[in-house]
Ligand binder design. Structure first.
Ligand code: HEC
Length: 116
């Protein structure tokens, strides 16, 4: 009995940790967009935009490596704003989370990841 209880607790814990990265995305409250990247985007795209976690492991829902300048340079700002606002496949839409103008400002952060 105790064993069963314990293993279900472990399972619940694992689900909590793994979670769904698209769930509970915070709204942008104004202020520091770099901080918003950490709070809302890094869980999928990585702190450094390379789609990896702090131990260098590939994140499952990264979708794009912003540090790949060859690929990033082919992308238009307007398209990145559009994907951020409207979402695409596993990329959640942020139109309810941030204003278009803030998404436009976010592009500078996205560009920095591939600037060497
Ligand atoms: C739940 C995971 C998740 C979160 C959170 C997330 N993204 Fe994404 N993002 C993705 C995935 C997956 C893709 C690839 C979509 C595709 O092309 O199918 C993507 C693609 C993008 C692209 C387009 C890249 C390209 O292909 O040119 C931009 C721009 C982007 N994300 C910006 C952001 C920003 C800014 C945030 C935070 C405000 C954010 N993302 C949060 C998963 C996420």
């Amino acid at each position: 009995m105790r064993r069963i209880l314990l293993s279900s607790l472990v399972l619940a814990g694992a689900t909590l940790i793994a979670g769904d990265p698209a769930k509970d995305l915070p709204k942008f409250q104004g202020g520091d967009l770099q901080k918003y990247w950490m709070d809302a985007c890094a869980r999928c795209h990585g702190v450094n935009g390379n789609g990896r976690d702090n131990s260098g492991k590939q994140l499952p829902d990264a979708g794009f490596d912003f540090t790949d300048s060859r690929k990033a340079n082919k992308k238009k700002d307007a398209d990145w704003v559009k994907v951020t606002m409207e979402g695409k496949d596993k990329m959640p839409a942020f139109k309810d989370k941030m204003a278009q103008a803030d998404a436009e400002k976010m592009i500078a952060i996205l560009r920095k990841f591939s600037a060497k």
